[in-house]
Every structure is written in C-alpha cells, then in structure tokens.
Design a protein around this ligand. Structure first.
Ligand code: FES
Length: 149
C-alpha cells in the first residue's frame, strides 16, 4: 500500500514538472512578442546596420552619386550648400533604379515607366505611388556612413 502511494506521488511530481515545462515553452514566444512590442523604436534603431560609403572628399559639392548599401543602390546627394542627404534609388513603382537628371530642372527619373521624383524624393509624376525612402547620413570625421531610416 505504501509503495502504491509513493509511486502515485512520484508520478504526480513528474506530471507537475512536465506541465510546468510545457507552460514555460508556451509562454516564451508570447513573452518575446510582448518584449519586442514594448522595446522603444530608438533602441531598435541602434541595431540598424551602418555602412561606410566613402570619405566626404570623394563627393564633390553639387553632385549626386549612386552608392551601394549592402546591395541596395542609394542616391547620395551633396548639396551646393555642403550638406549630405541620401535617398533610396529604387523606384517605388516596380523597383528600377532611378537616375539623376539635371534638365529641365534637377530631379530623379525612372526610365522604366517614366516616374519622376523631385530632389527631396517626392513622387511628382508617373505611376510611382510613394516617395523614395530616405537614408540617414552620418558624418564621422570625414567618413560618410549611411543607414536606413
Ligand atoms: S519602375 Fe519606375 S516607373 Fe515603373
């Protein structure tokens, strides 16, 4: 009789441990999603990849060059006033690479279906549904880094 009770208690303990582990395994993904939801966007931004694209002297003032961030083409704009700005060079219509065009007014044009974007990346004509996404330019000394916004 005592052996039966001891065996029953041992089985109950095993079941308690098994259900406890099962509960932890079920709760872990939910806790992960909650943590991801409440993590501030600024903290996530710190995890974004930053890419060195060159030295500031490599980009003359008043010019636009296409550089690569990973495999993505990015328009690096060095304004006549000496400021750097960057926009994705992927057309927001179907993803062709846009080109800088000086005439009749400076803008970015897509040769695939004729979309045009102003120098701020705003879509001004053609089928492109959205502006060109911006990149953040980070100057560290003379080094120029880009990161996705
Ligand atoms: S891909 Fe640029 S307009 Fe269609």
């Amino acid at each position: 009789m005592k052996e039966d009770q001891a065996g029953l208690i041992a089985r109950r303990d095993v079941l308690k441990v098994a259900f406890g582990l099962w509960g932890v395994l079920c709760a872990a993904p939910v806790l992960g999603m909650i943590l991801q939801y409440i993590t501030p966007v600024a903290a996530k931004a710190g995890l974004r990849q930053t890419t060195l694209v060159g030295q500031s002297g490599d980009f003359a003032q008043g010019t636009v060059r296409i550089v690569r961030v990973n495999k993505d083409p990015v328009l690096l704009i060095h304004t006549p006033g000496g400021q750097f700005r960057a926009l994705s060079a992927r057309c927001t219509h179907l993803g062709c690479v846009v080109q800088y065009q000086e005439t009749p007014v400076p803008h970015f044009g897509c040769n695939c279906h004729g979309s045009q974007f102003d120098m701020n990346g705003i879509n001004i004509s053609g089928p492109a549904p959205r502006p060109l996404p911006p990149y953040q330019v980070i100057l560290n000394g003379s080094s120029v880094y880009l990161t996705r916004v």
